[in-house]
Design a protein around this ligand. Structure first.
Ligand code: DQA
Length: 146
């Protein structure tokens, strides 16, 4: 099982950014937890972050044939990016949407996810644990009913 875990804009600032919303855990610390859990689940994880929409689109496109599942925290692009949505739909690699915060309990503009309809599911609101829950979902993704 090969998992591509992608992080969108400003997630490189976790641990410094809006601590009351995102907490003190850095992206590097999340990555370490993800790697440890992936090892237990016998899954291989590639962990990346970009502040650029086009780079995220390119990584999603390149995932076809190389990865079994994409786990995506698209950050602000969740709410704006038709390009990311189209890339997910185009490659056909099962994609799990994740967020640290509960986007439905925040500002109204965050309630809408443009990528949700092309993802197999969403995990949100559990802080860094959203990443670990997503790994569990990812390794079992093929067992889900369509
Ligand atoms: C986020 C939620 C988004 O609304 C926001 O733009 C982010 C982070 C989250 O993980 O909670 O940057 O994706």
């Amino acid at each position: 099982m090969k998992i591509l875990l992608l992080n969108g804009p400003n997630l490189n600032l976790l641990g410094q950014r809006e601590l009351e919303v995102y907490g003190r855990t850095t992206l590097a610390q999340i990555e370490a937890k993800v790697r440890a859990r992936a090892k237990k689940l016998k899954a291989a994880v590639e962990f990346r972050q970009s502040n650029q929409e086009g780079e995220l689109v390119a990584w999603i496109q390149e995932a076809r044939g190389k990865f079994d599942v994409i786990v995506l925290n698209a950050a602000a692009y969740t709410h704006t990016s038709v390009a990311l949505r189209d890339a997910i739909a185009a490659v056909g690699v099962p994609t799990i949407e994740i967020h640290l915060s509960n986007i439905h309990a925040r500002e109204e503009f965050r309630h809408k996810s443009l990528i949700a309809p092309v993802c197999c599911g969403q995990i949100l609101g559990f802080g860094p644990n959203s990443y670990l829950l997503a790994l569990e979902a990812a390794v079992n993704v093929n067992a889900n009913p369509k």
